[in-house]
Design a protein around this ligand. Structure first.
Ligand SMILES: O=C(O)CCC(=O)C(=O)O
Length: 336
């Protein structure tokens, strides 16, 4: 089956002022109508290297409760590694189409790894998203399929391996603060999520220029299935979060990492921390890209509210279930 990529559709749309009808979102989703432009508080930015680590715990815990998202600076990942990650990802998406297709997600695959877009799913979803992507796991080694890692550019693998290593250090710091913010020992959340078996899924989003950014969306509104997501954006804004009934823009901070609280942390915290509802808009003239890494428990691990948090006054708000069952229900829009 011939699959049309959004990058190719965008190329054909360059000289036009229109986009195919199946990319036009209903009015209640269109960014021009639904983006809030008044004064609003900004997504919190947290200095991870602040010498007052109690303050860091408090800020992370407050941001996770009130926003479900925050940006971190001084996180320890060198800026030149972030630039390299962006360069090799961009080089991949700039390869000729037939080169990229070598990494295409097979049509019958159960897993999400590979190059593709929503168009491939054929799930009858009438409205399409203005984005192509590449997914591949970067950790643990036993879960890596190098067949989905681009061989061009040649430094792709080395850069992604180094980035995965550094991301794990940031994740460990975040899990510790998130645990302490719940009033439990620093190792509790990571252990409850599979410890060293936690899986790191890299995704590259490629949002080509769009002649009608007022009508289309990149990724549609969702919360992440993951426990946390650690995201590097490029300089083209587009991430929006839903806060106090408004869609508001995330500010671009060079070299900051954007941390999303995902569903699994909301569940473990019994609702104290909130998974953030977010979406992305696209730009008329520029390509937006982002590199989220989704941290996910192993498929068979049962995730439920931490027993330490459940009391007579705080009964469990979520079912405990295997991550794979949770994911199946979410992806198939079934009740949990
Ligand atoms: O591109 C972004 O900033 C967000 C991407 C995202 O939400 C996703 O890929 O699930």
């Amino acid at each position: 089956m011939e699959v049309e990529r959004v990058q190719a559709i965008a190329y054909l749309s360059i000289a036009k002022d229109t986009i195919p009808a199946d990319f036009i979102r209903p009015e209640n989703e269109q960014p021009a109508i639904t983006t809030f432009h008044g004064p609003l508080p900004e997504i919190p930015t947290i200095d991870l290297n602040d010498p007052d680590q109690e303050k860091v715990v408090r800020l992370i815990s407050d941001a996770s409760r009130d926003w479900g998202i925050f940006q971190v600076v001084n996180h320890g990942i060198p800026s030149d590694l972030i630039s390299k990650l962006q360069c090799v990802g961009k080089e991949f998406f700039e390869l000729p189409q037939e080169e990229k297709e070598k990494y295409a997600r097979p049509n019958d695959a159960k897993d999400i790894e590979g190059y593709g877009n929503k168009l491939q799913k054929g799930n009858g979803d009438a409205k399409k998203a203005w984005v192509d992507h590449l997914f591949h796991r970067v950790w643990p080694p036993s879960r890596i399929n190098y067949q989905f890692w681009p061989q061009t550019p040649p430094s792709y693998r080395e850069v992604n391996e180094e980035y995965a290593k550094q991301t794990r250090e940031v994740a460990d710091k975040l899990f510790k603060s998130l645990s302490l913010g719940l009033g439990v020992e620093g190792n509790v959340l990571k252990e409850a999520l599979g410890g060293e078996e936690l899986e790191y899924m890299m995704k590259i989003n490629y949002y080509p220029p769009c002649p009608r950014p007022d009508l289309a969306l990149g990724v549609v509104a969702h919360t992440d299935l993951s426990c946390i997501t650690i995201l590097v954006p490029n300089e083209v804004p587009g991430l929006q979060v839903f806060k106090d009934d408004h869609w508001i823009d995330a500010k671009y901070i060079p070299n900051a990492l954007i941390i999303h609280i995902g569903d699994q942390i909301e569940i473990l915290s019994n609702g104290k921390y909130k998974a953030v509802l977010h979406r992305t808009t696209v730009d008329k003239d520029r390509t937006r890209m982002s590199w989220p890494v989704f941290l996910e428990p192993p498929a068979d691990l049962v995730v439920g509210p931490l027993p330490q948090l459940v009391t007579q006054d705080n009964s469990p708000k979520y079912k405990a279930k295997k991550f794979k069952d949770y994911a199946y229900c979410k992806l198939n829009k079934l009740p949990q």
